[in-house]
Design a protein around this ligand. Structure first.
Ligand code: PXP
Length: 252
């Protein structure tokens, strides 16, 4: 029987969004990260956007020093972000597309046929010991390009699946299933995230070749009603149930 532990990364960007609505220091994203760690998170994700609309440089600086969980820094492929990542040395860097006008990351990176543009970023991050992840659509050409680029991880964008309903949701899910199978076949670690909630996480968590989910907005929203600990523990238990139903092992 296959043993499986599905990691849960918590994206704390929107703790900073709430803080920035008023300025000042409250609520503190580092405190949220420490609470997430105590609640069963396996990693912390933070996106330093070019416009600094949520996380700030100081937040990233503090996260690299004050938390023990691995930090996954989401970043655009720009010289500024590369310099910041190389300086702060997070455990992992996830390269994402970024548009100023978007409310959130709207799609995956188009790396296929754009390898020359991304190669220096992947190489420099990897050479400095940072685990490089590329946030892409669940698409075989994109996965193959990520492998060619030497990325350690692909994170599959689950947004289209999360937004779809009925038959279309099943179609979108199958795209993720096929992409995750392909990732295993070509030997690249496979993560997934964006838009996941209590209602849609089970089918994604049950995909056996996905090793990590990154979840933010929904859990920070839920935390308003019941606290971060309760939100994370419930998500963790849904993920564990999905893994067990496939012969995996629950977290302890
Ligand atoms: N993964 C990536 C690469 C993202 O950009 C985001 C959103 O910042 C997430 C996961 C988490 O998405 P959500 O906040 O919708 O859970």
């Amino acid at each position: 029987m296959r043993t499986r532990y599905l990691r849960l990364g918590i994206n704390i960007d929107h703790v900073a969004t709430i803080r920035n609505a008023r300025g000042g220091k409250h609520p503190d994203p580092v405190r949220a990260a420490l609470t997430a760690a105590a609640s069963g998170a396996d990693g912390i994700t933070a996106h330093l956007r070019e416009d600094r609309r949520h996380m700030t440089d100081q937040d990233i600086f503090r996260l690299t020093r004050e938390i023990e969980l691995p930090l996954n820094l989401e970043m655009a492929a720009t010289e500024e972000m590369l310099e910041i990542a190389l300086r702060h040395q997070p455990h992992a860097a996830c390269i994402v597309p970024e548009k100023r006008q978007e409310r959130t990351t709207e799609g995956g990176l188009a790396v296929a046929n754009a390898e020359e543009r991304f190669e220096p970023f992947v190489r420099k991050l990897r050479d400095s010991g940072i685990k490089v992840s590329l946030f892409i659509e669940p698409d075989i050409d994109q996965i193959n390009a990520a492998v060619d680029l030497g990325a350690a991880v692909v994170e599959l964008h689950t947004g289209a699946y999360c937004e779809a309903t009925g038959e279309m949701q099943e179609t979108m899910l199958q795209r993720i299933v096929s992409a995750a199978e392909h990732a295993e076949k070509v030997g690249i670690e496979c993560h997934a995230g964006h838009g996941l909630t209590f209602d849609n996480v089970t089918a994604v968590a049950a995909i056996p070749t996905i090793t990590e989910l990154n979840i933010g907005h929904f859990l920070i929203g839920e935390a308003i009603f019941g606290g971060i600990e309760s939100a994370i523990k419930h998500m963790r238990s849904l993920m564990d149930q999905a893994c067990v139903s496939l012969g995996g092992q629950p977290s302890v």
